[in-house]
Design a protein around this ligand. Structure first.
Ligand SMILES: [Zn+2]
Length: 182
């Protein structure tokens, strides 16, 4: 089963009429939804690298030469997808009452001794990519480390040609280790 790509485009944009959205939601997921979604996303970015997987608003995991990297729709590249892209972003931490009060005015303001709100921005286009609200000093959260090879092999049934090349593990400690040497 399959839907018209234009219907899916409108659904992702939130402009498809509700009766059509409901119809799509009520049925089993169409077999080629992932491929069509990738096709729609690929048409909308200005760079040529193949999108392997969307990673959230503005961000994608793409194939670039022999690498798989996180890339913003503006073109900014964050590096290997196994390293938390947030470590390469611009971080604004709301860690005092004034900064928190801009978001949570008055009585709703959390106690800055207990809580901080971190905003992660793209160094290329300044888009707000993610917000996290955490206890003070909490490690930067690695939102998603998808096993791309397992997804292509086991869910789509067509393994990526270079799947043997990438050990599936969190490489973020390499980034922070590098900071220690600087
Ligand atoms: Zn960007």
């Amino acid at each position: 089963m399959s839907y018209e790509i234009n219907d899916l485009k409108e659904m992702f944009d939130g402009t498809l009429p509700w009766y059509k959205v409901k119809e799509i939601m009520s049925r089993p997921k169409d077999d080629d939804r992932f491929d069509k979604y990738i096709q729609i996303l690929q048409e909308r970015v200005s760079w040529p690298e193949r999108i392997l997987m969307p990673l959230g608003e503005h961000l994608y995991i793409v194939q670039k030469g022999g690498e798989r990297i996180v890339k913003c729709d503006c073109g900014h590249e964050f590096g290997d997808w196994r390293k938390n892209w947030k470590l390469e972003s611009l971080i604004y931490s709301r860690d005092d009452a004034k900064k928190l009060g801009e978001i949570y005015p008055g009585i709703r303001c959390p106690d800055p001794k207990l809580n901080e709100v971190r905003e992660y921005y793209c160094p290329g286009c300044a888009a707000l990519l993610k917000v996290e609200s955490v206890p003070v000093g909490y490690p930067i959260i690695f939102d998603a480390l998808p096993d791309i090879d397992a997804f292509y092999r086991e869910w789509l049934g067509r393994p990526l040609p270079d799947e043997k090349k990438f050990e599936f593990k969190d490489l973020s400690p390499e980034v922070t280790k590098g900071w220690g040497r600087e």
